[in-house]
Write a protein that binds this ligand. Structure first.
Ligand code: FAD
Ligand code: 2HG
Ligand code: ZN
Length: 506
């Protein structure tokens, strides 16, 4: 790829490989560093690293490098820089925007898997911190923190595979954001390796440490484009000893938003407020063979397609004392409540959470979805959802809309199935129409999954030309040759960054 300009910045010259085995000297150098066992080139072994979780993004890697330490990560990056070969950092490969695989501008890249960096240090209970390798899974960090009487404020359904590095790199949201905020607020420090192999480390654990720019925060949400995160220092939160979970069927979204407001004001133990609908629960039930949460509900027995789609809130309260009465007091006096199922034991709670957390896999089982992750102001959410239910079938036929999300952050996961995987025009048109509507409603086009390759063309709907130019300038300052995850978040150098309507991705 030739040097070019992005937002007026001159980019470096990067050589692109065109496929596996494209550079045997590079592979020899990597094997010399990591050993043959940790440089994968056999297609059977690399395949799982080359396609994303949704199946929408795929591309061949020259090799998959699996370093086992920060020093090895730095050496891999120096070797790739010397060969002018791009690098795609990868953790658990659960990302939902195509950023973790060598697709598009990153075809032929080296996939740098962090999964061997799994060390978790002892919990510092006094400081409320734990430091772990980027490849540690969230579930392992949670178990470690809980054994020490604390917990992670970040939680999401992909916890068994998603890594701390990936969670930091995407500034993941998840199910506890209303109480603890996004990942950025939970990252106290980190260690990252720059494209040229230099290591940036800020792991002092000091909550008050104002000396210049907040570099750890800069890497959080950078989606592998500024550096490779090798260690993460996570803030820990109190471990609740009691939880109460309720699945609540409601008359309409307005009632759901009213209930959210009452919960916020009256339930100090509020921990999660998740939104889903009848048809989503039906889909998860069919996928997992689950019973109905409300066997007696008429809507559950036969709901003609297109009929009113009952919204449900999955509400969880958690604290040091039993929050059941606090939750019940709010729900009993709320309007529009049709049905309530309550769970107070971990087994019962897991049953209720399965309806919510099973959505992504159930949708994927129908085919490669058009996957959008938007936020719209709560004041407009009813009109937005009603509008979507009309818009999607009008723009894409046959299409099936799946909606769920995190109501407390007005974060809706808009998935559409029924479009052919290869119908890129149809997918882009649908994406464009929906995201344009989101922007017109004052919403955000990427709420928690990031921009990746999937949303890059539409970033201009949520960021001004000046903001995009600053993003490109930061990228250029840290990675002048555009070696780290080219085509993710920032257009690859050589593609002009033009303000105005989004350009559909190539
Ligand atoms: P990957 O998928 O491997 O990578 C994601 C991005 O981060 C890529 O751009 C990659 O290049 C970069 N990256 C990965 N590791 C590093 C590193 N060490 N250094 C630098 N860059 C790196 N997200 C939410 O926000 N909220 C949710 O509730 C949520 N639920 C999910 C549920 C399911 C079932 C699934 C499949 C995904 C869900 N996600 C959710 C998506 C979410 O982004 C990921 O689960 C998680 O944050 C990514 O972690 P990962 O280790 O799999 O990263
Ligand atoms: C969730 O909250 C995740 O379920 C995944 O963020 C959303 O699959 C999706 O679209
Ligand atoms: Zn989500």
């Amino acid at each position: 790829m030739e040097a070019g300009t992005v937002g007026g910045i001159v980019g470096g010259t990067v050589r692109r490989n065109t496929g596996r085995h494209g550079d045997s000297r590079l592979i020899t150098d990597l094997m010399g560093l990591l050993g043959v066992a940790h440089v994968l080139v056999d297609p059977d072994l690399t395949a799982g690293y080359e396609t994303d979780w949704t199946g929408a993004f795929t591309g061949r890697a020259t090799a998959v490098a699996r370093p086992g330490s920060t020093d090895e990560v730095a050496a891999v990056l120096r070797i790739c820089a010397a060969h002018g070969v791009p690098v795609v950092p990868q953790g658990g490969n659960t990302g939902l925007v195509g950023g973790s695989v060598p697709a598009g501008a990153a075809i032929g890249a080296v996939v740098l898997s962090l999964r061997r960096l799994t060390a978790i240090e002892p919990v510092d209970a006094a400081a409320g911190l734990v430091t772990a390798g980027a490849g540690a899974t969230l579930a392992d960090v949670q178990a470690h923190a809980r054994a020490a009487g604390l917990d992670s404020g970040v939680d999401l359904a992909a916890r068994d595979s998603a890594t701390l590095g990936g969670i930091a790199a995407t500034n993941a949201g998840g199910e506890r954001v209303l109480r603890h905020g996004m990942t950025r607020g939970q990252v106290a420090g980190l260690e990252a390796v720059l494209a040229d192999g230099r290591v940036v480390r800020r792991l002092t654990g000091l909550p008050k440490d104002n000396v210049g720019y907040d570099l750890p925060a800069l890497f959080v949400g950078s989606e592998g484009t500024l550096g490779v995160i090798t260690r993460v220092q996570l803030r820990l939160v109190g471990l609740p000893s009691a939880r109460t979970t309720a699945l609540i069927a409601l008359a309409d979204i307005t009632s759901a938003v009213e209930l959210l407001a009452r919960l916020r004001t009256a339930a100090g133990s509020l921990d999660a407020v998740e939104l889903m609908f009848d048809d989503g629960i039906d889909l998860v039930r069919a996928h997992q063979g689950l019973p109905s949460p409300f066997p007696d509900r008429p809507a559950d027995r036969s709901r003609p397609s297109g009929a009113h789609n009952t919204p449900y809130l999955l509400v969880e309260c958690a604290g040091r004392t039993d929050p059941s009465d606090e939750l019940a007091a709010v729900v009993e006096t709320a309007t529009g409540v049709l049905d309530v199922a309550v769970a107070t034991t971990p087994t019962e709670q897991a049953r209720l959470w399965a309806y919510r957390e099973g959505h992504t896999a159930a949708v994927n089982a129908l085919g490669v979805p058009v996957k959008l992750d938007v936020a719209v102001p709560l004041s407009r959410i009813t009109a937005f959802i009603d509008g979507l239910r009309e818009l999607v079938p009008a723009v894409a036929r046959p299409a099936r809309l799946h909606l769920w999300g995190h109501l407390a952050e007005a974060n809706l996961h808009v998935n559409v199935t029924g479009l052919d995987r290869d119908d890129s025009r149809g997918r882009e048109k649908l994406t464009d129409v929906i995201l344009t509507r989101v922007a017109a409603d004052g919403g955000g086009i990427g709420a928690e999954h990031g921009v990746g390759r999937a949303k890059m063309a539409w970033a201009g709907l949520s960021r001004s030309p000046a903001e995009l130019a600053v993003i490109a300038a930061v990228k250029h300052a840290l990675d002048p040759a555009c070696l780290l995850n080219p085509g993710v978040l920032v257009p690859p150098y050589g593609i002009a960054l033009t303000p105005g309507p989004p350009v559909p991705p190539a």
